[in-house]
Ligand binder design. Sequence first.
Ligand SMILES: Nc1ncnc2c1ncn2[C@@H]1O[C@H](COP(=O)(O)OP(=O)(O)OP(=O)(O)O)[C@@H](O)[C@H]1O
Ligand SMILES: [Mg+2]
Length: 299
Amino acid sequence: MKYILQTKELTKVYSMKKAVDNVSLTVKPGDIYGFVGKNGAGKTTFIRMILGLTRATQGSCSFFDGAGDAGDRRRIGSLVESPALYKNLSARQNLELYCIMTGSDRASADGLLELVGLSDTGKKRVADFSLGMKQRLGIAMALVADPEFLVLDEPINGLDPKGIVEIRELLLDLNRKGKTIFISSHILGELEKIATCYGIISSGRLVEEITARQLQEMSMERTMINTDSPEKARKIAAGILGSDNLAIENGILCVSKKIPNIGELTNEMFKNGIIVSGITSDNGGAEEYFLRKMEEGQS
Ligand SMILES: Nc1ncnc2c1ncn2[C@@H]1O[C@H](COP(=O)(O)OP(=O)(O)OP(=O)(O)O)[C@@H](O)[C@H]1O
Ligand SMILES: [Mg+2]
């Protein structure tokens, strides 16, 4: 299969305003696609369109190389905003009911509760659940039919740090078992440890697509060493650190990797008659980069 989801120029206009503006993206088998954007960027609207919950004003969307459709609950599981739950029922009753509604095996409910960490909630009514517990139940419901593709709109919303880690691990595990995942968030950091690629949406537009590897390179620590002799300084740095990820920008030596012992490096430069007049460093700043991209998209 070439793609799980492909959208072409998908657009949604609400009373003159483009909530989603010409978004074309492809989710490939095995991806964990992180869909990142601020509040109001258009994430939920995009997700509702691909799931057929709201009609696109323009553009198209197809699944599984064109062989599936949004209504196929056995292939596509989803959680959009808050899950629709029966408040007076327990987690297990909700899940069993959902199994019946989707024609899935009720016996899977216990395993799913265990998987999302809700197996000890017993008779507790969903009305008395915390937000995080409801999110977990929503994820369990998305998994009921053991779908190939999971579409999750801000599933980490409302979870405590421990819950975030658990859901991340759950998603990684599901991905290892072959599920492709599309997950939205307004916080890049929440997706950073799991996504294989990212799409950044700003004011309805897809302003950037980037792989996890590219992001990792950008996040790498950078040290700028200002000297009176940059070429000579580069040779010395190469002798100690290896020659990759060294560059001279505007006459300044830029080292885009971790320097285990900066003292050793500057000492060696001094010994070779190089005057080091300044050292600064930044962490590449993936989050910063994303924020900038989001700002750009709004202009
Ligand atoms: N039913 C609607 N009618 C009119 N405007 C809408 C409707 N739904 C969404 N919008 C507008 O579309 C834009 C995108 O909203 P959307 O809910 O998709 O953003 P989001 O990225 O999911 O935000 P959040 O992070 O807050 O969930 C917003 O300006 C919103 O006000
Ligand atoms: Mg939303």
